[in-house]
Design a protein around this ligand. Structure first.
Ligand code: FAD
Ligand code: PYC
Length: 418
């Protein structure tokens, strides 16, 4: 690793020379005519998949094809909440696997992903919600996942900027706390995995849109792209809100709906809230970024769309809830708002595995909550692609479950948005 003295002078020289000698962190190769495996989608999940394919399975003749720029999809648009407090065993194990990987990720990638375990507080506002949260808290603990039930005073003690007034529209009743949960730097995760994959020989190809699938006798044979045809026997589709569009190119129908999910940030202020607070009932959540901006999010827009903006009414309702729960923030000005397209499955859980087309694999359906899964998702999907068999941790997340009825109904744990 370069010394900090070298880094300082290199930084200064680059700043003064218009970045002429800036060292690229990954190569920018032209697509080859064929690869052993092709990953469609250069978000965190696709890049993590490529990284673990190379690192753990020795599969390095791999391309990641990204229609735009790395992390320009939901990876760069999300509000970076990481937690593993899901209800059912299958999900709890998968998200906890991811959380454990998060805990060592900066070291693993030698890249600071700024993972901050500041605690995630899930609020409830009445006894019915409290029973749901308590049930999930008990289930988490049975699965070895840290989770604490806090009554109203406990909540206000942990996060004093929350409004404790019992007269508000949704007074705080209590909540659960996962202390190991928190936030991470979204771009860094994509860049760290990209650098690690590239260093192991993976070709990362941006501005390369997949426009068609080549399927012969029920087997995947390659993909058509805006930069030519690429032959391969294995394709992993990791394209979030566009997964169903891409799978349809191979004749596979996925049970997904694509919805906009919005977020916004305020002007930066001094540290004011040192944890993450979420409330399903009022469709709002908040944390503070390292820059000082309040990071605020909403529920998914109720209609199907591919517009990365979202409707004003949704954000207006969310801000009304935030102002009621946090009167201290009522005079803050909002700086930026955006949306991402999330892929929502009927049971609010991911789909990771084979499809009816041999050699075609999907990793999608993460909906409003896949950022937290990024390392775990890439890790198990790489195993699935390399071996053709599910990893023990994604065996429950098959596409067939929508025919068999063995659903993993995580609407309650899937945060504010489903
Ligand atoms: P993406 O990052 O979207 O990557 C998919 C890539 O595929 C994109 O870069 C896209 O350009 C590319 N692509 C699409 N079509 C093609 C094509 N034809 N050819 C080539 N490439 C293509 N999750 C959490 O856990 N915590 C949160 O706090 C959280 N907050 C969120 C807030 C918002 C506003 C949004 C929108 C999402 C949030 N999520 C959150 C969900 C999370 O962002 C996603 O589940 C996760 O980032 C998905 O990662 P990905 O790599 O699968 O998808
Ligand atoms: O899954 O924790 C989550 C989440 C928070 C905001 C959007 N998704």
């Amino acid at each position: 690793m370069a010394s900090s003295r070298y880094s300082f002078f290199a930084l200064a020289r680059n700043a003064l020379t218009g970045h002429r000698d800036w060292q690229r962190v990954w190569r920018s190769p032209d697509p080859q005519p064929s690869y052993d495996a092709v990953i469609v989608g250069g978000g965190g999940h696709g890049l993590a998949t490529a990284y673990y394919l190379a690192k753990e399975h020795g599969l390095t003749n791999v391309a990641v094809l990204e229609k735009g720029w790395l992390g320009g999809g939901n990876t760069g648009r999300n509000t970076t909440i990481v937690r593993s407090n899901y209800l059912f065993d299958d999900s709890a194990h998968l998200y906890e696997h991811a959380l454990k990987l998060w805990e060592g990720l900066s070291r693993e990638l030698n890249y600071n992903v700024m993972f901050s375990q500041r605690g995630v507080l899930n609020l409830c506002h009445d006894i019915h919600e409290a029973r749901d949260l308590q049930r999930r808290c008990h289930a988490n603990r049975l699965n070895g996942i840290d989770s604490e039930w806090l009554d109203r005073d406990g909540v206000l003690g942990f996060c004093p900027v929350i409004n404790g007034d019992p007269g508000i529209r949704y007074p705080v009743y209590g909540g659960t706390l996962q202390r190991r949960g928190g936030t991470a730097r979204h771009d860094a995760v994509a860049w760290g995995y990209a650098r690690g994959a590239d260093a192991r020989g993976v070709d990362i190809i941006q501005n390369c849109e997949v426009t068609g699938m080549i399927v012969e006798k029920g087997r995947i044979k390659g993909v058509e792209t805006t930069r030519g045809t690429i032959r391969t026997g294995k394709v992993g589709v990791v394209a979030a809100g566009h997964s169903s569009v891409i799978a349809a190119m191979a004749g596979v129908r996925l049970p997904l709906e694509s919805h906009p999910l919005q977020a916004l940030v305020s002007e930066p202020v001094k540290p004011a809230i040192d944890c993450v607070v979420m409330s399903n009932a009022v469709h709002a959540y908040i944390s503070q970024s390292d820059k000082g901006e309040l990071v605020i999010g909403a529920g998914a827009d109720p209609y199907v769309s591919y517009s990365q903006r979202g409707g004003f009414s949704v954000i207006e309702e969310t801000l009304a809830s935030i102002v009621e729960l946090f009167p201290i923030f009522s005079r803050m000005r909002m700086l930026r708002q955006w949306g991402g397209i999330v892929d929502i499955a009927p049971d609010a859980s991911a789909i990771i595995g084979k499809t009816p087309v041999e050699g075609l694999f999907v990793n999608c359906g993460w909906g409003t909550g896949g950022f937290k899964a990024t390392p775990g998702s890439g890790h198990v999907f790489a195993h699935t692609i390399a071996t053709g068999e599910p990893h023990a941790l994604n065996a429950g997340f098959t596409l067939e479950r929508f025919a068999s009825g063995r659903l993993v109904a995580e609407h309650g744990a899937a945060a504010v948005a489903h």
